[in-house]
Design a protein around this ligand. Sequence first.
Ligand SMILES: [Zn+2]
Length: 152
Amino acid sequence: MTQKKVDDDELVALFPGEPITHDNAEHYRGRLRRELLVNRCDNCGSWHQPPKPICPECWSTSITPTPVDGAGAIFMAIFLHQGPLADGVDYSTPYPVVTVDLTSQPGIRFTSTVVGSPNEDITIGAPVVLDWITRGAVPFPVFRLATKDQAL
Ligand SMILES: [Zn+2]
């Protein structure tokens, strides 16, 4: 992507069907740069997700969408046999959906899929790293099971 800031109309056009709001627009702009963003309070330093305009801890309105590495451990996994049609989604396998506890942001979880591994290897507690695929025409954050070196 270019350095030019994507305006709101362009952003909505790039993510058709996504619920883009004033509160999460920067997070979608981050996805275009392959950056996973989580809101962090400038006043007390707490992280919160999903993005809100006010810190739930101290009520500060000074919030910064901040890049995170996305590494963590699988907290919950479900396997969908049916669902809405989506680019690159195959329910016949079935399609894994995981919620991951982010290691560097305690208490923050992020939900996506796991790529590159058979479903039987996707287990609770398994360490994962963030990766990016292209879905539609835009980057989409996904997880991969961590290798032994990454999990240390
Ligand atoms: Zn705060």
